[in-house]
Write a protein that binds this ligand. Structure first.
Ligand code: GCU
Length: 137
């Protein structure tokens, strides 16, 4: 199925700020997580339901990995996903995980689990893996 991009700056942000001072982001900016445990970005996305590849585009200009826990509609989905250093804050990379989504609206939350907070977050790309239903033969 088709990939859909959801910008971090358009998501719900708890303990973080939208910034645009490091080049290379898509959309109008990125989210700078506050440097503490529990800061999060939560995207509201729609899906056909079932497994999806979910990709976070991020930058981490430090040498310390910044893990995030991902929940889907409040339920643990992908725990301890690591976002290693990307070299500098203007170097963006992607990390993809497989999440199971509900049909319709889903809230995907990416929550920082260390005192450094999360990496700078540019966008989430959601690609449902569900094949189109085949007509009976
Ligand atoms: C720097 C950088 C920010 C980043 C922050 C951090 O201040 O400019 O973009 O979010 O470090 O360590 O989280």
């Amino acid at each position: 199925a088709a990939a859909t991009d959801y910008q971090a700056e358009d998501a719900t942000i708890s303990q973080g700020v939208v910034e645009s001072n490091h080049a290379g982001y898509t959309g109008s900016g990125f989210v700078n997580y506050d440097n503490l445990v529990g800061s999060y970005v939560e995207w509201t996305i729609t899906a056909p339901g079932g497994p999806a590849d979910v990709t976070l585009r991020y930058a981490n200009g430090t040498t310390a990995t910044r893990p995030l826990d991902f929940t889907v509609n409040g339920v643990a989905g992908a725990v301890g996903i690591t976002f290693p250093g990307t070299g500098d804050w203007t170097s963006w990379q992607t990390k993809t995980m497989r999440l199971t989504l509900a049909a319709g609206t889903n809230k995907i939350r990416a929550r920082a689990t260390t005192a450094d907070g999360g990496p700078n977050a540019d966008k989430l790309t959601v690609t449902p893996t569900t094949d189109d239903p085949q007509p009976p033969s």
